[in-house]
Structures are given as C-alpha cells and as structure tokens.
Design a protein around this ligand. Structure first.
Ligand code: ZN
Ligand code: ZN
Ligand code: ZN
Length: 386
C-alpha cells in the first residue's frame, strides 16, 4: 500500500540514526554493523531479504555512515530515505570484491578506538559474521541489540499510528471469521480465508493464521490441518501479518454452537472466564515503570490461584513492531520496566492436552498514564451458529 498514513515520514530515519549514534557512544561501541532485517529497515527504510551477498549499514562511533551494498542494489539503497537525506552514503561493491575487508577498512578508516566492541545486528547471518570476524581479527563483537532494543522498543507517533491500523485490520478479520460459517469446513480452509482477508483488510502480507479446532486448540502453535470443524467445540484463531512493515497479532477463542446451538459445558465456561480475567488483570497492570515480569505475574496469579497454573505453558506476551516477536518480553525474570511507547501482546492461555484450549490476545501500548488496548474485537465468548 502506498497510502500516506502507512508511511514513515522520510525525516524520521535521520532522527533514528541520530538517536542510534548517541547510544553507540553511550554504550561504548566502536561501530554497529546492521545487516538486512528489521534493524536495517528501522534505521534506513531499506526493505529486503537477507542473502549471501553482504549488505551492511556501517555506523561508526563517529564519522560518515556507509551503506555497503552489492552493485546491483546500489540504486535501491540510494533511494532509501536515509541515503536520500544525505545521512549515509552508498558504498557499492563488485561481485569479485572482498566485502569483509572493505568493511574492515571503513571501520579502521573511521579511526574508532580498537578497544571498543563492534555491535552486530541479531539477524546477521552466521556466514557473514564469520567473514567479518576473520577480517577484524583483533576486534571484539557484541550484539547490536544493546542499542537497537532501546530504540525499537519505544514506538514513535508514526509507528503507533501504523500499529493501531494493523490491529484494526486484524480485528475486522476476526469479526468476519467469527460471523461464520465454520461448521463442516477444514481448519486449513478457514486459515486460507483468514490470510486472504488480512490482505484484503490492508496488510501487505499475512504471516500466520492459526486455526486450532477442538483438541487442536490445546496446542498453542498448532498448524491448521485438514480436520473438519464441528459444532460443540471451540476454535482458537491466532492471526497476524504486517501492514506498512508493522505487525498485527491477535487471538480469539470462539465457540462453535452450530445449528443445534450446543452450549459450552461448565468447565469450558469456567476456563474461558479465567483466561479472560487473567488477560484483563495483566492489561490493568500496564503502566509506566512496571517491570515486565509483574505484568506476567498479574495474569499468572489468576490462573495459578484457580489451580490451572500447569496449563498456562508460555510467557504472557512479547513486544511487537517491525517484528512480531521483539523486546520487551512479558515473562518472569524480565525486570525491565515498561514505559510509554512500548507495544506488546498480553496473551494468557490455558491448554488441556487432548481436550481443548483457550487463549485471548490483545496488543496493548503503554502510555504516559497507563495503557491503550489496540485490539477492539471484544472478549465476550462468541458463539458461531453455522
Ligand atoms: Zn505465539
Ligand atoms: Zn498471536
Ligand atoms: Zn502473540
């Protein structure tokens, strides 16, 4: 989509690079080497797939920033907002060039103190890392996420706007599926419809469409199968894609009542209400300064107190942005305080193996004063007639 509301304003990239360089200095790095992936997209606007040819944004502690790309991608790199704004220069290499040596030359040319470590982006292929390590034999390497995590986990106004649009598009998809029909269709068929609808509703691409019916709902990352959905069972829908580069991710558990209007039994009701309560408690716990693990325990305590703790088998949530799973992780042991601009999922679940499961997931955003829930598709148990 070329809709202006989905665009990150070009000037934003230079600001991000500026912020990145401040943190490079503050965290003591000599340079960051950012390969193709979400970190590179965040800093430069470059969208692509990693490949065997090295593509690296070389951000030294000081001095010029170079965008090292194979010759065939020089024009594409030159058209990124970062390069267009003059904040980085394209350094194109030929197929026969030693790229790692070229990068080593850029780093030593920038005169960075050799004692300072070089930060590598998390998604940089091991094949590239090994070549860089050989070319920079006396340098220490660390994860660039010590810098990138802090930048990317706090969403700016544009990112927030796009995340809201992505959530709304996913909500419309959930609503359409929950309207039925479901009975007599296979999980795979419904999954394909979800993918098509996600795109119809504005996503660039549908990334996943989990449809877990009956006993399959007890497997949190179930892949849709040829199982035929029947009346009198639940279906867990966990769907998402990306829109303007930013991800959606929402889960609803719905009840397939069928023509006979079969009601869920008392145990299913109880578990559904429990998950809903846990989800609500965790969302209510979100405000600036609260450790991520406290949001996790807000959900977990509700489920544990009801004796279902062993059936809540995953963390409560994950950050979301250019990646569907990113910092901050809402998990025991993560003492990082959440702050304004952080977007993450709150998705407790209870899974009774061989029987059924329930999960409810919303993306929320920590605000200056509390929390904004981005998904609005409603958490009342919905019964599908058909
Ligand atoms: Zn998941
Ligand atoms: Zn999900
Ligand atoms: Zn999720």
């Amino acid at each position: 989509m070329s809709d202006a509301t989905l665009m990150t304003p070009p000037a934003r990239y230079s600001e991000r690079l500026e912020g990145c360089r401040e943190l490079i200095a503050e965290r003591g790095f000599g340079a960051l080497l950012i390969g193709v992936g979400p970190d590179l997209r965040y800093l430069s606007g470059f969208v692509g797939e990693p490949m065997e040819r090295m593509t690296l944004l070389v951000v030294p502690y000081e001095g010029p920033v170079s965008f090292v790309v194979p010759r065939l991608e020089a024009a594409k790199a030159g058209a990124t907002p970062l390069v267009s704004a003059g904040a980085a220069a394209v350094v194109a290499f030929e197929e026969t060039d030693d790229v790692a040596a070229l990068v080593a030359g850029l780093i030593s040319g920038a005169g960075t103190d050799p004692a300072r470590p070089i930060g590598l982006s998390d998604r940089l292929w091991a094949a590239h890392v090994l070549r860089l390590q050989r070319a920079l034999i006396d340098r220490r390497f660390e994860s660039a996420s010590a810098v990138m995590r802090d930048l990317r986990s706090v969403k700016d106004a544009d990112e927030t706007r796009i995340l809201r649009l992505a959530a709304a598009a996913a909500d419309r998809t959930v609503d359409a599926i929950a309207a039925g029909p479901l009975v007599g269709r296979t999980e795979a068929e419904v999954s394909r419809e979800i993918r098509a609808r996600l795109v119809e509703e504005g996503h660039d691409v549908a990334d996943f469409a989990i449809v877990g019916s009956g006993p399959n709902s007890a497997s949190p990352h179930h892949e849709a199968t040829d199982r035929v959905i029947a009346a009198g069972e639940p279906v867990v829908l966990d769907i998402g894609g990306s829109l303007g580069g930013y991800c959606s991710d929402t889960t609803r558990t719905i009840w397939v009542a069928g023509e006979a209007r079969i009601e869920p039994d008392r145990e299913f009701r109880r578990v559904y209400d429990l998950v809903r309560e846990a989800q609500a408690r965790a969302v209510a716990a979100v405000r600036p300064g609260v450790p991520a693990q406290q949001i996790d325990s807000a959900a977990r305590e509700v489920i544990a107190a009801a004796g279902c703790g062993d059936y809540f088998t995953h963390r409560t949530g994950h950050g979301i942005g250019l990646e569907v799973h990113e910092d901050p992780y809402i998990v025991a042991g993560n003492a990082t305080a959440v702050g304004p601009g952080m977007a993450f999922s709150v998705e407790p679940g209870i899974y009774l193996p061989g029987r059924w499961g329930v999960r409810l997931e919303d993306i929320v955003m920590c605000t200056e004063s509390g929390v904004e829930v981005l998904n609005r598709s409603g958490l009342d148990l919905r019964a599908v007639r058909g």
